[in-house]
Design a protein around this ligand. Structure first.
Ligand code: NYM
Ligand code: MG
Length: 210
């Protein structure tokens, strides 16, 4: 990174399925771009890589892995993106990321794996500048219509996942936001924290988990 090059911010949206993460990430990228910032949408799992194709076949019940095996595939899917993420951030592009290591640890530990074991292989990945956790009460969630038919899309597991997210929460760089509002109102709320983080991160060094 040259002395004059400001880096982009790494911003992650987390939450249960149906909370609106993907919609919000895309809206935030558009808002940043409309104000002249460089920004890019990313999501995990990235199903377009070879490893992502294995994850996709697991999630859609076409293939099976042990809980440990699929956990490590999700982690590998982030490791294979690390260099590209670093390059983009250092060249001034902010990344708005739909799920990251926290989903990895929350889902696997909600299934019963030891949380410390789940965290270990994430060590050394880029640490986000901001994690926004979108929450929905069970009632608000059921109003949004049914889950899809992928693995994990059942209310009982989603509830345990939310408990795990709250255990992972680090108040220094997390923000918890109730997602039970219109997409427009929600992105208006989120944008204030996002733009603040973009400004604050510009001259700071990237750090790593945990
Ligand atoms: N998921 C996602 C994990 O179990 N571990 C991970 O590391 C990540 C990134 O994949 N139910 C789960 C959470 C979701 C599922 O994600 C697919 P999406 O955002 O619905 O494509
Ligand atoms: Mg989903």
């Amino acid at each position: 990174m040259s002395i004059l090059q400001k880096r982009g911010a790494l911003i992650v949206l987390e939450g249960c399925d149906r909370a609106g993460k993907t919609t919000q990430c895309k809206k935030l990228v558009e808002l940043l771009k409309s104000e002249g910032h460089k920004a890019k949408f990313m999501n995990f799992p990235d199903r377009t890589t070879q490893c992502g194709a294995l994850i996709n076949s697991y999630l859609t019940n076409k293939d099976n892995f042990t809980d440990e095996g699929i956990h490590l595939l999700f982690t590998l899917n982030r490791w294979e993106a690390k260099k590209q993420m670093e390059q983009l951030l250092n060249s001034g592009t902010s990344l708005i990321v739909d799920r990251y290591s926290y989903s990895g640890v929350a889902f696997s530990s909600a299934k019963g794996l030891d949380m410390e074991w789940c965290r270990a292989p994430e060590k050394g990945l880029l640490r986000p500048d901001l994690v926004i956790l979108l929450t929905l009460t069970p009632e608000a969630m059921s109003k949004r219509g049914g889950f899809g038919d992928e693995r994990y899309e059942v209310p009982e597991l989603q509830k345990r996942v939310m408990e795990k997210f709250l255990q992972l929460k680090d108040d220094k760089y997390w923000k918890v936001v109730d997602a039970d509002k219109t997409p427009e109102d929600l992105s208006y709320d989120l944008y204030k924290s996002v733009i603040d983080t973009v400004h604050k991160s510009a001259l700071s060094k990237l750090s790593t988990l945990w």
